[in-house]
Design a binder for this molecule. Structure first.
Ligand code: BG6
Length: 511
């Protein structure tokens, strides 16, 4: 059933001409996400009329070789429904338009020579005095040195009203509170805060962006969106994938660092923020920053860590984390984390936010579930009803995209008996599906200089501050609890909720 939404979308404005310099031109992120997103923007006709794409990497190559490599990758996505970039064909005209504007600069990103060559490539492309985005699709240890080198080469210098220079920084943004502060301090030696775009790809997901619209464009939800009416909130990001080829990275990272202070806190901020007074970057980010600032640092007892053992994930026999490539046989790195988080504000004090994420779990599911306080039972005292429903409002982020409301009705029949039912809204019923990998909006926003969907230095540092005691506590010793691959997580995570008011995690299987 496809219905029409009630208003036509406004036309997106075409960004000013700009060059996009991608550090890590041959890397996985570039070919899987960044370039496909640029191509999609081309298909939607919202790329600048004049654009240049300059790849920077250590690998041998030239512009034609880089373009060919990227095209081969795009072609491999065609008809592959399991890829992020799900398309049925590549539009040759759009691709040629991009490929003809590509250049490649080979070199060592830690050496000044490369930046001279890059400056020359920008001149050649007509952007020596033009707008440039520097996209850091590189290992995080290079973020600070590359920014410093760009600065020393004069490439981050902008001229007010004439041209701008912007830097996109991928995750991980630091490993703990100290390194996040150091990275911010180092970037801010070269760049102004408004030149830095710290990406969290969860904010590129349409369903995440739409949380604010749902809350603030409708009069009926906000009055009940507080501790008077809400019992608790569950935020889940469960995955069926394991660490795959990322063992080396994951051994240094773990589920908490990989997912919590960034992605899960992003979801939390969307649900918990106060209404902004203006819908611009400053207004919105101020309100999100307030949420992080109002979160007390966690205690180790607020967290449970787990690690997947062997098991069966969706019918497929799956090995234990410790048997994965590049993972230590005694590894104590967590592949699952559950947390009880608080926000000490007038709106939220006393409402627990339970967060969980893990790999090799029962199903792939990202959702925010808000549980309302139960209705009093007195109206039913002369009936057989001994409990009223748990009213849930669930924001389905992925793979289902929509919103559902769960409530009780009277079961048809002569007796007064209740039955829990569900009212569903699915995006697909109202809107056409556009190929979208989530980076399009983010890239477009960098081009137009809209930082709304990007994290500010204070937000990132506060997020790390909140989780730091857990990181420290875990580093001091102990082991994650094992859970069978394909399970919903370790038993300790159930106990975390049970001991906190007798709560229970929601089922992981999408309905
Ligand atoms: C990444 C993490 O940032 O997010 C991965 O490094 C994780 O470990 C991924 O799998 C999840 O993102 P998505 O968009 O697939 O839910």
């Amino acid at each position: 059933m496809t219905q029409t939404a009630t208003t036509e979308p406004p036309k997106a404005k075409t960004p000013e001409p700009c060059a996009i310099v991608i550090f890590g031109a041959f890397g996985d992120l570039t070919k899987r996400l960044v370039v496909p997103a640029i191509y999609n923007l081309g298909c939607e006709k919202i790329l600048p009329e004049k654009i240049a794409l300059i790849g920077v990497d250590l690998a041998e190559g030239d512009a034609a070789g880089w373009a060919k490599h990227l095209r081969t990758m795009l072609d491999s996505f065609v008809g592959n429904a399991s890829s992020e970039f799900d398309v049925d064909h590549i539009d040759d005209a759009v691709w040629q338009g991009l490929a003809s504007r590509m250049d490649y600069v080979r070199g060592d990103i830690t050496k000044p020579d490369l930046y001279h060559a890059l400056g020359a490539a920008l001149d050649k492309a007509g952007f020596g005095q033009g707008n440039v985005i520097f996209y850091f699709a590189i290992g995080d240890r290079f973020f600070a040195p590359v920014a410093a080198q760009l600065g020393q080469a004069g490439l981050t210098k902008q001229e007010d009203g004439k041209f701008w220079r912007r830097v996109v920084v991928e995750k991980p943004f630091g490993h703990d509170v100290t390194s996040a502060r150091a990275l911010n301090a180092s970037l801010l030696e070269t760049l102004a805060e408004d030149q830095i775009f710290r990406i969290d790809h969860f904010l590129g997901k349409e369903t995440v962006q739409s949380i604010m619209a749902f809350r603030f464009a409708n009069g009926m939800f906000e009055p009940i969106w507080n501790r008077d009416r809400i019992d608790h909130v569950q935020i889940t990001a469960s995955e069926v994938v394991g660490v795959e080829a990322r063992g080396k990275f994951y051994e240094q990272t773990g589920a908490l660092r990989d997912m919590v202070p960034n992605h899960l806190f992003t979801l939390l901020a969307m649900v918990a923020m106060e209404p902004p007074t203006t819908f611009d970057a400053t207004g919105i980010r101020n309100r999100k920053a307030d949420v992080f600032a109002a979160m007390p640092a966690l205690k180790v007892t607020d967290a449970v860590r787990g690690q997947y053992a062997a098991g069966t994930v969706k019918g497929v026999p799956s090995k234990a984390y410790r048997e994965e490539p590049d993972v230590g046989p005694q590894s104590a790195v967590e592949t699952y984390v559950a947390l009880r988080v608080e926000i000490d504000s007038w709106r939220w004090a006393g409402v627990p936010f339970y967060l969980r994420t893990g790999k090799h779990m029962t199903d792939r599911l990202t959702e925010i579930a808000i549980r309302f306080k139960p209705a009093p039972l007195s109206s039913f005292q002369t009936t057989a009803v001994d409990a009223t429903a748990a009213n849930w409002l669930v924001l389905h982020i992925q793979p289902e995209e929509g919103i559902s409301l769960h409530f009780d009705v009277k079961r048809p029949g002569p007796d007064v008996a209740l039955a829990g039912v569900r009212m569903d809204f699915a995006y697909k019923d109202f809107f056409a599906h556009e190929p979208n990998i989530g980076y399009e909006t983010l890239l477009y926003d960098v081009m137009i200089g809209d930082a709304t969907l990007f994290n500010r230095a204070d937000m990132v540092e506060n997020a790390w501050r909140v989780v730091q005691p857990v990181l420290d506590g875990w580093a001091a010793g102990g082991e994650p609890e094992l859970y069978a691959s394909g399970a919903a997580g370790p038993a300790g995570a159930d106990a975390l909720l049970a001991d906190d008011g007798g709560h229970v995690w929601r089922d992981l299987r999408p309905k």
